[in-house]
Design a protein around this ligand. Structure first.
Ligand code: BGC
Length: 758
């Protein structure tokens, strides 16, 4: 793939560490050392201020702004105004002076710089020695943490020790709403209210156009008594104080921060009161640190993947799981998973089809209620999806390609108007969730409504060709290098499965739950006459295929000019930055899996020969310009026995950000692609499949590994799979006996570990 690992962080199974500070990597490290707790996220920026390259980024899930400019293209159906997750409050704002010298790592004299992120606690620690003048040397330690349970809370601890000489320090600690949203080059906050007393201060600020209010308040507790002075500026409030330290003396200060986003329907007039009350009750960082340790222990007990014999990838996969869990663990059905999580501004913090296709499997098998919440997000945003379908002159519901609030935020019309994989992805997500959980209650109360509306959309957007076939004309599939094509195989196939499933659920409800059936029909205004022809649309759906089972990505794909992707010089990647936009559409090069994607999603519906012929045809044409691409290839390569290929793709996905493979980690982490890194082990090497009637397992093991172990929950069972070079050991840790297909044989998993020779 021509992508090279940029190995920088120390390899350790549980820590991500940086030893010594390299300015050129400072923004990459800000992304890598991001902390989040689903409610909010903060990049690993230097809180004391830094005059080098930096993105001081702090975000709240669901707090967004409308794009200042309207799209100048005004045709009907083209999104007029986009929205994005807005950079919010710098709640760690600190300035430190020793005498007249201010601390700024861009030019300060420092040594012994170290930064560690502990994946077992979520605590980020940075320490270094600073020589502000000839006589003085101090050791500074910054610690930060987000509360994983009381998610409105954050902590900062600063410790300063005089190693040489005395130090006359001035410290300013504040909360600052002057943050610049880098992508737009401006600030979006308006100050509403400020309050302070000697050791606590707070502010309420509001976003400019969406009028979302955020309360941010903090208090400080120090190891010495302090004489604090309030410092107030527009959108800033803080305390300044002096600390005189003798040689070898240590000063410590703890900042407790409460941040409340008014999105839960609290009375706005009470926000200040609610905030200050919560701030008063905020526990010390020691107590919270212990609680976080327990939180993370529970996470690792359930979600950890252990790899023996490969520390680099052990660290890589743990880092992926850590970041994914930080981004989302199912607190709130109004949250979703942005392509970059809560770690940067790229992709506007928006959620894509990645949620249902790449992230959902992780939650389905490790945290089922979070999986359900992700689908509920789509249920709550069904009205916006219906509105979008109308804008496109269609019926039913069309889910947005990118969104935070349910409305389409993508102002590139070719994506927003031509790509329907979010809609079929949501339908697929419901099907997948129900297949794994058997949660018919959700299906009959929420899922079916979505399925009906998506089916309506598909039938109204699709069309009959003159020869009596059904399909989609003028679309773009997941391979975004082919625009406005007819009969894109992915779109057609996924639509076919959506229609079939909707009809199957309606039939099932009619038989076993007539009351829900009738009320659903009434609620959706659906009469039998309307859905009578859905079966026919599904049956006559075109999926072009030759006699050997080679699927044509779209009508005419096989006749496109051939491009040898290896002839493209490495420095021309990413192509979007180097090629004229239309040039990428003029050949048969593929951005990311399209045919191979649905062969993965509905894996059990295709035979091995069909997968093989399609893999061998499409893989060499794929440039993996989307970070979602390598894992899907790795999983299929594993299934096809292409072990080396599988491993190469796997490594790339697992250390995507730690090794900055795509050279853009500084913009934020590839959060949704790290979800597919998890799939890569469980579905890839583990051979897990969840799209059949039974759970399927057919593990393999990469040559380099001694063993690997993972756990999954499946239909209320907790199952552990350990694979080593000789055997596969499958244990039922909780729940009743389960029948599963293991290496193609229907076998019972019981509490007596099943040991299979490989
Ligand atoms: C990919 C999309 C994906 C988006 C966000 C794009 O580069 O082509 O499939 O949804 O990134 O991850």
């Amino acid at each position: 793939m021509g992508k090279i690992a940029d190995m920088y962080y120390t390899v350790d199974p549980w820590l991500v560490s940086e030893k010594g500070f390299e300015k050129s990597r400072s923004e990459v490290s800000e992304s890598i050392f991001s902390l989040a707790n689903e409610y909010m996220g903060v990049r690993g920026y230097f809180e004391e201020g830094y005059s080098g390259e930096t993105l001081i980024g702090s975000y709240f899930n669901g707090v967004y702004e409308n794009s200042p400019q309207e799209n100048h293209v005004k045709y009907k159906g083209i999104v007029a105004r986009s929205h994005f997750m807005v950079n919010a409050v710098d709640w760690l704002y600190t300035r430190i002076w020793c005498g007249d010298t201010s601390l700024d790592l861009a030019n300060a004299e420092i040594d012994n710089f170290e930064r560690h992120l502990d994946l077992r606690t979520g605590i980020l620690i940075r320490s270094f020695h600073w020589k502000p003048n000839k006589e003085t040397k101090v050791k500074i330690i910054f610690k930060r943490m987000l509360n994983m349970e009381e998610v409105t809370q954050g902590y900062q601890n600063i410790s300063i020790e005089t190693l040489e000489g005395d130090a006359d320090l001035t410290i300013l600690m504040g909360i600052d709403f002057n943050t610049i949203h880098k992508g737009e080059g401006r600030n979006f906050w308006k100050e509403q209210e400020k309050n302070s007393n000697h050791f606590s201060a707070s502010m309420i600020a509001e976003t400019s156009t969406t009028k979302q209010k955020v309360y941010a308040g903090f208090s400080i507790v120090a190891s010495k008594s302090l004489d604090t002075r309030i410092v107030e500026r527009d959108k800033f409030i803080g305390f300044e104080f002096n600390v005189k330290l003798k040689e070898k003396e240590v000063f410590e200060v703890e900042r407790r921060v409460t941040m409340i986003v008014n999105k839960t329907g609290i009375d706005e007039r009470n926000l200040s009161q609610i905030g200050s009350q919560a701030l008063k009750l905020q526990l010390s960082s020691n107590v919270v640190c212990e609680r976080n340790r327990i939180h993370w222990k529970n996470v690792w007990d359930q979600e950890d993947i252990q790899i023996e014999g490969d520390t680099r990838n052990q660290q890589g996969i743990r880092y992926c799981i850590f970041q994914l869990h930080q981004t989302y663990y199912g607190q709130n059905p109004n949250h979703n998973i942005g392509a970059k999580g809560l770690t940067g501004e790229a992709y506007g913090g928006l959620a894509f089809w990645d949620t249902e296709t790449c992230c959902l499997p992780f939650y389905l098998l490790t945290n089922l209620s979070a999986a359900k919440n992700l689908l509920e997000f789509r249920y709550y945003t069904l009205p916006q999806a219906k509105e979008r379908a109308k804008q496109l002159d269609c019926e039913g519901a069309c889910y947005p390609i990118a969104t935070l609030n349910g409305h389409e935020a993508c102002d590139l019309w070719q994506h927003a108007s031509l790509q329907f994989q979010p809609s079929t992805g949501v339908a697929y997500g419901i099907w997948h969730y129900v297949n794994v959980s058997h949660d018919k209650e959700f299906l009959y109360s929420h899922g079916i409504e979505i399925l009906i509306e998506v089916s309506r959309f598909l039938v109204s957007r699709g069309a009959w060709s003159t020869n009596g076939e059904f399909g989609f004309f003028g679309v773009m599939g997941p391979d975004e290098f082919q625009m406005m094509v007819n009969h894109n195989a992915y779109t057609n196939y996924m639509a076919k499965r959506t229609l079939e499933y909707t009809l199957e659920v309606l039939e099932e409800m009619k038989t076993i739950d007539r009351i829900s059936f009738q009320s659903t029909l009434a609620k959706c205004g659906l009469i039998e006459k309307e859905y009578q022809n859905w079966q026919e649309c599904a049956e006559k759906m075109v999926v072009l295929k030759d006699e050997n089972g080679l699927i044509e990505q779209h009508d005419g794909f096989f006749k496109l000019p051939e491009l040898d992707i290896h002839s493209i010089p490495v420095d021309e990647f990413p192509l979007y930055d180097h090629w004229s936009y239309d040039r990428i559409y003029r050949n048969n090069m593929i951005k990311q899996p399209d045919v191979l994607m649905f062969l993965f999603l509905y894996n059990q519906s295709f035979g091995i020969a069909e997968k093989q012929i399609n893999y061998e045809f499409y893989e060499p044409k794929t440039i993996h310009e989307s970070s979602l691409s390598p894992s899907i290839h790795s999983i299929l390569a594993s299934e096809l026995g292409k072990e080396q290929e599988a491993y190469q793709f796997f490594e790339f996905a697992t250390r995507m950000d730690l090794d900055n493979f795509n050279r853009n980690t500084r913009e934020g982490l590839h959060t949704t692609s790290i979800a597919s890194a998890w799939m890569n082990i469980v579905y890839g090497f583990g051979g897990v499949r969840t799209d059949g009637k039974e759970l399927i397992l057919s593990p393999t093991i990469p040559e380099k590994w001694k063993s690997y172990t993972f756990k999954i929950t499946y239909q209320k069972r907790l199952i552990q799979v350990k694979v080593d070079r000789m055997t596969v050991k499958i244990s039922l840790l909780k729940g009743d006996i389960l029948k599963a297909q293991i290496y193609n044989e229907l076998t019972e998993i019981t509490n007596i570990a099943l040991v299979i020779d490989r």
